[in-house]
Design a protein around this ligand. Structure first.
Ligand code: PMP
Length: 317
């Protein structure tokens, strides 16, 4: 826990996990100045605890803070806090292919004040929890063409609480229709893919990878960036481009689109079983160990677990 009081960061403390008291006029409860990151620590094959590209999460956290008009968090508090917590005896980092310790740094406005203005005080915290595989079965996702997640000029690229709050209702409606997740489309025309609920999205068409290019409406995923690099290292062609819904639906129908998968810290690489569009479900071929998503997932896991060489300097010990 570290508090920023009128722009001055106080000395961080490690406290036992438990409830915290809050004032009913706490600014973040009313106006939503609240941001977070999702990261993981792994136990590698040499029994060392490592993080994967944590500096990228640190950078993104302060980008989110800037957009939400919040205090910038110093590196020694964000990175130093993570390292200190991972050194604790009870920071249990499980081993095994799909297991990790999920790390959740977050920050909220801690002024006790009811006027609408940026808070002068912020509380930064990190909590941690062991995590296993996110989806037991490949999710069936719905292409969302009514609600929007993010519009240009908005806060889509920030990892702020409000983005997730706004997506709960459309996600609930999709779940009532039998879908696990949403695939968001652009706010203006609903014809281009953006990203999914907690992941960026990739398509395999004619054996090549395509993914929507990042913009102010998409969270710049660290997994997305890593997979693009791993895929290129492995000789796949990858393009970041506009990805039109109609091209993907046509491609599933004519067999040129063979895989659609999500990429994110929590889900790692998650192939979709089917995508729903305007009341129809378009079923994707089953995944096997030669599928592009399986090859990329293994590539990513092997770097994180120390099975293959860390040629890009991604593993942080
Ligand atoms: N988009 C959204 C909306 C997310 O919540 C996440 C998870 N952080 C991602 C994409 C993937 O980002 P990353 O690979 O950095 O976890």
């Amino acid at each position: 826990v570290a508090d920023c009081v009128n722009g001055e960061w106080q000395t961080p403390e490690i406290l036992p996990y438990g409830d915290i008291a809050y004032n009913p006029a706490l600014a973040s409860l009313h106006y939503g100045q609240s941001i977070f990151e999702g990261m993981k620590a792994f136990r590698n094959v040499d029994d060392e605890v490592v993080m994967f590209r944590p500096e990228e999460n640190f950078k993104r956290f302060n980008i989110s803070a800037e957009r939400m008009c919040m205090a910038q968090v110093p590196e020694e508090i964000f990175m130093g806090g993570l390292q200190k917590l991972l050194e604790l005896d009870n920071a249990w980092v499980p081993d095994g292919e799909n297991n990790s310790l999920y790390l959740r740094p977050f920050m909220f406005a801690s002024d006790v004040y009811l006027g609408v203005r940026p808070s002068f005080n912020y509380r930064f915290m990190i909590i941690m929890s062991p995590a296993g595989q996110y989806y037991a079965n490949p999710p069936k996702v719905k292409i969302e063409t009514q609600f929007i997640r993010a519009a240009e000029g908005g806060v889509g690229y920030a990892k702020c609480a409000g983005n997730y709050a706004a997506s709960l209702y459309p996600a609930k409606l999709a779940q009532e229709q039998g879908y696990t997740q949403l695939l968001w489309t652009d706010a203006k025309t609903h014809t281009k893919f953006e990203e999914s609920g907690t992941m960026n999205v990739f398509f395999v068409k004619d054996g090549k990878l395509i993914t929507p290019k990042t913009s102010t409406t998409i969270l710049k995923g660290i997994t997305r960036d890593s997979l693009i690099t791993i895929a290129r290292d492995k000789g796949y062609e990858v393009t970041e481009q506009d990805v039109f819904v109609k091209d993907i639906i046509e491609g599933i129908k004519d067999g040129s689109v063979t895989e659609v998968f999500g990429a994110g810290t929590a889900v790692v690489v998650s192939p979709f079983s089917a995508i729903g569009y305007e009341g129809e479900d378009y079923v994707l071929p089953e995944i096997n160990s030669d599928s592009v998503s399986s090859v990329l997932k293994k590539g990513l896991n092997d770097v994180r677990k120390g099975i293959s060489a860390d040629t890009h300097g991604w593993v942080y010990k």
